[in-house]
Design a protein around this ligand. Sequence first.
Ligand code: AMP
Ligand code: GLY
Length: 422
Amino acid sequence: MAGMTVLVVGGGGREHALGIGLAESESVAAVHTCPGNAGTAAIGTNHPISASDVEAVLDLAIELRADLVVVGPEGPLVAGIAERLRAVDIPCFGPHSEGAALEGSKLHAKQIMELLDIPTGGIQILRSGADIEAALDRYSEPWVVKRDVLAGGKGVVVTSDRAEAAEFIAQSIEGDGFVLLEEFLAGEEASMLVLMDESGYVCLPASQDHKRVGDGDQGPNTGGMGAYAPAPVVTAAVRRRAIEEIVEPMHHHLRNQPIPYRGCLYVGLMIDAEGAPSVVEYNVRFGDPETQVTIPLVDSDLGELLLAVAIGSVASLNPRFSDKSAVTVVLASEGYPAASATGRVISGADTRIEEGDIVGFIHHAGTRIDDDGKLVSSGGRVLAATAIAADLRSAVETAYAVLDEVQLEGSHHRSDIAYRAL
Ligand code: AMP
Ligand code: GLY
């Protein structure tokens, strides 16, 4: 289809990256975003509608006569936005609520993995304070405790401090009725984004996120402080195994459900010292910030690709990928992740570096234009400096050179993104 009107739902760096890819697609005439950020406003039209307001998003899609809706965050998918859109014949990139339960409920995801014999850590379900000590005895440290709720990455505690683990278990049982204690998986993490529908699937270049707030993977977990792709830890052999042992069985399962899964399946991998992959988590959407380093490596028309998934015909395409490297470094607000100072003026966000085939620029996330026309911060992760180059080292240098030009009082970022690979 040519001349498409596309609505992107969400307002983070992920949605800016998707918006740029769509705006550059020949198949796309107009990109709308709700609610968007200052970056998406520059490449299309923002609408002041919350991504979680399913009714309002549906009305907007109808009003725009959208040819395709691309849903960024998991919340509206779990709430059933995809089936609502499909009921009015608007193709939606993103699974229906039942498919989204793979992210919405960790217990559900574990049960499916068990059924399909997909490699993942074992779990114990704890429902009573009386079970805690015996359960902790059954696994060795560090302990992995997961609440079975959508908590934006904050429902998981990984700790070698037995008292802390016991405390988090007790609190979670009190709040949620039960909690999962999961076997610790050692190794290196990577993210595989798989575009999937009933006709087939396409694995995008693997990436690696940096979840801890501080250099050297220190400090609390965040939504992600930076990423790079392709991740060398996913060698050709690891990739083959991940596809064979994890992606294939899951695709087979999902394609045979009454309503097929149409969207991105995010496979969070742990790769052990022998190169054996297992699943840390599934998400039912693109990763953030993984998208910022993955979408720029898609050489084919992104609009066409996402539409194909949304209508169940991805097998008819053979998308091309760049062999370059991409890096993104997140700039976070003062206090993030515990809290976020917002409303502060940002300068230098229009920095762009182009040298030969190297390009560096800013992906906006928590940014907006205030009443005086100034660019200000509006969230925890404010923006990210992204660069694409023939080699990873040049991409890293360029991303940091772009970030050097950005000023935001009290902000912080990691200075070691991608160093594990260099
Ligand atoms: P999740 O929300 O399930 O992705 O967990 C957040 C983070 O906790 C993951 O990205 C991992 O770094 C860590 N984590 C979760 N589960 C495990 C596990 N079973 N073994 C080791 N680390 C884990
Ligand atoms: N960067 C991790 C996520 O999107 O879940």
